[in-house]
Design a protein around this ligand. Structure first.
Ligand SMILES: [Fe+2]
Length: 178
């Protein structure tokens, strides 16, 4: 099966609820992309948002992992898989979206805004970045997009809003293939 068809069918077949939330992982990723679209983000960033938790389709059910207090490293798994098919500009922010959370959560207000599940996974992911780690992160290419992705991500856990069909993103996905 072609990679784009495979991705679209994974989105359609996913029924796993996003950790601690009442929406599925597919709905969560599409909401994240819609948030990026609302602020007229670049096509690259919209595509990063759409695929940012794709690693959750590949690894064990994330809810089980959190219950077992394990970190599935979904950002690395998603990145390693997607980089075989998609442009660097799309996959790099995906690789760093957990680091972005560890960076942003140094801010108390941001930390308090996180859901309980997200606070638990933050611990499993290594907790807050220290000063040196934060400075190193700031120097990375795609730092800005990783931060933006993270903010769209946090705001994409709403229930009762209309979520676009994944089919609407087919052309965008095709346009970002290597
Ligand atoms: Fe997410």
């Amino acid at each position: 099966m072609h990679i784009i068809d495979k991705i679209i069918s994974n989105f359609k077949n996913n029924n796993t609820l996003y950790i601690g939330e009442k929406i599925t992982i597919s709905q969560h990723m599409i909401q994240t992309a819609m948030n990026a679209e609302k602020t007229k983000s670049s096509k690259n960033l919209i595509c990063s948002c759409l695929l940012h938790d794709y690693g959750h389709f590949i690894v064990e059910d994330p809810n089980v992992l959190v219950r077992k207090k394990l970190d599935g490293k979904h950002e690395d798994i998603g990145y390693e898989y997607l980089k075989k098919f998609f442009k660097k500009e799309v996959v790099e922010p995906i690789k760093y979206h957990v680091l972005a959370k560890r960076y942003l959560a140094r801010n108390k207000k941001y930390f308090n805004f996180l859901s309980d599940a997200s606070k638990t996974s933050l611990k499993l992911q290594g907790g807050l970045l220290n000063k040196k780690e934060s400075k190193d992160f700031e120097k990375k290419n795609y730092f800005q997009n990783a931060i933006k992705l993270r903010k769209f991500d946090e705001a994409a856990k709403k229930t009762g809003i209309e979520v676009k069909s994944i089919d609407k993103y087919r052309n965008l996905l095709i346009s970002k293939l290597l």
